[in-house]
Design a protein around this ligand. Structure first.
Ligand SMILES: N[C@@H](CCC(=O)N[C@@H](CS)C(=O)NCC(=O)O)C(=O)O
Length: 235
């Protein structure tokens, strides 16, 4: 299977962390359709037009949460969804906080960095939602262990790691300090989870993506890929 995925994409990082943690990486390759993604033509590949997308023998699957559930169902022995209905519900709640209340709002707020005149009211509206999300997260996390409160890494951790990465390393680019600071359990969890090998691996990948964006190497790589694609279509 191919996971169309980008280093810095938090939704992609979440699925990569799940694949690494389940020990099924050999069944996947990771690619970024550079030309389509950066020219806004990913809709030619998948109608929603966003990564991650999983290419299987039976077709393409969009949406990180749907892909995550599909992978859990493909490998039930290694799945990271918890063991009882209430554990599974708690894990889904944490994953939803990460996706809907943290990543979605941060991702939209960061869009203001790409417009000529950033709209502070939009940034304020979205970041207030992030603050509300991390405040709720603080109530769900426990003082020790992984996100679901035990000694088992779950899909909740896979979703929270990229979400908290965004809070820590990308939100400050909008001039907003990490909203997790001062939230005792969440701040401690973020410190703890970075010691996990699978979390550390996706954090290193996201750092690589952030560095490429900031130092211009991503832009150069995209320009080169566009040039090659143009040369191919002209020949
Ligand atoms: N709800 C989607 C969100 C995916 C998403 O927004 N991905 C971003 C990259 S992090 C993307 O592909 N953006 C392209 C665009 O907005 O055109 C999911 O969970 O997979």
């Amino acid at each position: 299977m191919i996971l169309y995925s980008g280093d810095l994409s938090p939704y992609s990082a979440k699925v990569r962390m799940q694949i690494y943690a389940m020990g099924v990486s050999d069944d996947f390759s990771f690619e970024l359709p550079v030309v389509q993604f950066f020219s806004g033509k990913l809709k030619e590949v998948s109608p929603i037009g966003r990564i991650p997308i999983l290419k299987t023998d039976e077709g393409l699957i969009p949406e990180s949460e749907v892909i995550a559930e599909y992978i859990d169902e493909l490998y039930p022995q290694q799945s990271l969804v918890g063991n009882t209905p209430i554990e599974r519900a708690n894990i889904r709640v944490l994953s939803r906080i990460a996706d809907t209340y943290l990543m979605d709002n941060i991702f939209l707020a960061l869009g203001q960095m790409r417009v000529p005149e950033p709209n502070q009211a939009i940034i304020d509206l979205l970041t207030a939602q992030v603050v509300r999300g991390v405040t709720a997260l603080e109530e769900y996390l426990t003082a020790d262990g992984y996100a679901a409160g035990g000694s088992e890494l779950t899909r909740a951790d896979c979703s929270l790691v990229p979400a908290l990465y965004m809070c820590d390393r990308t939100l400050p680019r909008l001039g907003i300090s990490n909203p997790v600071l001062g939230l005792v359990k969440t701040e401690a969890y973020w410190g703890r989870i970075q010691q996990n090998e699978h979390a550390a691996r996706v954090i290193a990948e996201m750092d690589r993506g952030l560095k490429a964006r900031l130092d211009g190497s991503e832009q150069r790589m995209v320009a080169e890929a566009m040039k090659q694609a143009a040369a191919r279509s002209g020949s």
